[in-house]
Ligand binder design. Sequence first.
Ligand code: XMP
Ligand code: MG
Length: 177
Amino acid sequence: MAFYEQEVGVLIPEDKLQARVRELAAEITRDYAGKDLTLICVLKGSAFFAIDLAKYIDLPVKLEFLGVSSYQGGTESTGEVRITTDVSKPMAGKHLLVIEDIIDTGLTMQFLLENLRARHPASLKVCSLLEKPARARTKVDIDYKGFVIEDLFVVGYGLDYGEVYRNIPFIGVMKNK
Ligand code: XMP
Ligand code: MG
């Protein structure tokens, strides 16, 4: 029995997840053909998604990592975000695609978009594996979206509960939360 089976139930199974990641990658491949695309992986949650997506995109993409930490007010994010690890190069004039695991209140992505826009990229778009519209506090346009989910706390495929469960290969829900 796997280490997580007693605590975590399956919400989106691995095969469905991978199939959707391939579909998104095919769309991105079409849309950015002939352009120099930079994927911005938002750490740590989107790492698994961003790497799989990059593998399936049939273009010579560049990969940057952006570490953020949001100040929590209880369980709700306050929208106050701090960059803990910045990208390694200037982003001016680049076609940027921000890769996120989940857009919940939208406050983190709003901050990231404002921050990146100020660096004058050639274009700036958003790709999020999950969206949880029930808790949205600001409108974020998601250009590439994997799945819309209910108001559930999800783990796996990069998403954590107290830093654990990121290495589960599917999107799961905590059974007793
Ligand atoms: P906001 O609310 O700013 O939050 O859109 C986005 C960030 O909050 C985390 N988050 C979650 N993490 N399961 C998680 O493991 C969840 O259900 C969940 N909802 C939000 C996540 O870090 C995301 O980037
Ligand atoms: Mg995150």
